[in-house]
Structure formats: structure tokens, C-alpha cells
Design a protein around this ligand. Sequence first.
Ligand code: PNS
Length: 158
Amino acid sequence: MTGVYPGSFDPFTLGHKDIVERAAKFCDKLYIAVSENINKKHLFTLEERVEMIREVFAGNDNIIVESFNGLLVDYMQSKKAAYIIRGLRAVSDFEYEFQMAFANRSINNNVETIFMVPGSRYLFLSSTIVRDIAYNKGDVSSLVPEPVCKRLIEKYNI
Ligand code: PNS
């Protein structure tokens, strides 16, 4: 089974990592597919985000980190992947995720979205919260993987 975990990951958090580790248990191959979200203004470039996530999963041969442009379903077709993995935290995520799952299915009926729940300590963790804490020079070391923490410290002079 080949899964794709898409997102803007700006930045990649320990909540994202938790989902990847859970999904990697049942996916033979898992693509972490990093993209621009046209509705967001990004802190890190696409290249920086890919680089950081690659560092996090260095040595894991079944976890492949790539960027993609265009439609997610087209990217998935090129990888022969049928399963989209998305993390669901609170009810507030639901409407956006539900819309996206239907949008993807309406473009390609062969893709299925699998929603996964992170460990309870990550239920209220988001990239937005991490950016806010780092911007205000707070400690994010318990919220993001080490390579991300390093980049945030550099960026914000923490
Ligand atoms: O982490 P995010 O920002 O919620 O991720 C959103 C993302 C990048 C997965 C979504 O915007 C996406 O799939 N973009 C690619 C364009 C696309 O396929 N759009 C149609 C589905 S909404």
C-alpha cells in the first residue's frame, strides 16, 4: 500500500511526525508531499520545508519526502498511490478536511482519504502555534523535531 501525506508543513511539527510514524506502520511506502497552500503566506520556502523533513526521516527508506506543484491527485497518480493520509485533531479541523476529501474525490474517484488521530499530547499543536511561539522568542523544542527547531532558532534569533 502506497500512501501520500500531503501538507504545507510550515513548519513540520511533532504532531505531523506522530502521524507519519503511525501511517508508516501500514503503508509499505509513504510519500510526504510538501506543497504550497495558496491560502497561506509561508514562513519557510518549499525547498527549506522539504530539506528539514528529509533530515527528520533520514535513514527511513520507506518514507520519501518530495515537493509537488499542481493537483494532489495528479501527483498521486504519478506515484501510483491511492491513499491520502491526513491528521485530524479537533472538530474545528473537520469541515476543511471534509471539503478537501470531497474535492479530491470529485477530481479523481479512485483516491481515498484516511483520517488519523495523533497522540493526545499533540491534539492542540499546529504549525500556526509553533510560528507564533517562535516569533515571540519562546521555546519550541518540545513541539518540533530538532532540524526544525534549529531553523526556527536561526530565523528568529532566539
Ligand atoms: O497543510 P495544509 O496547508 O492544510 O495542506 C493543504 C494541501 C497542500 C494538502 C492542499 O492545499 C493541496 O492539496 N494543494 C494542492 C492543490 C490541490 O490538489 N487542490 C485540490 C484539493 S483542496
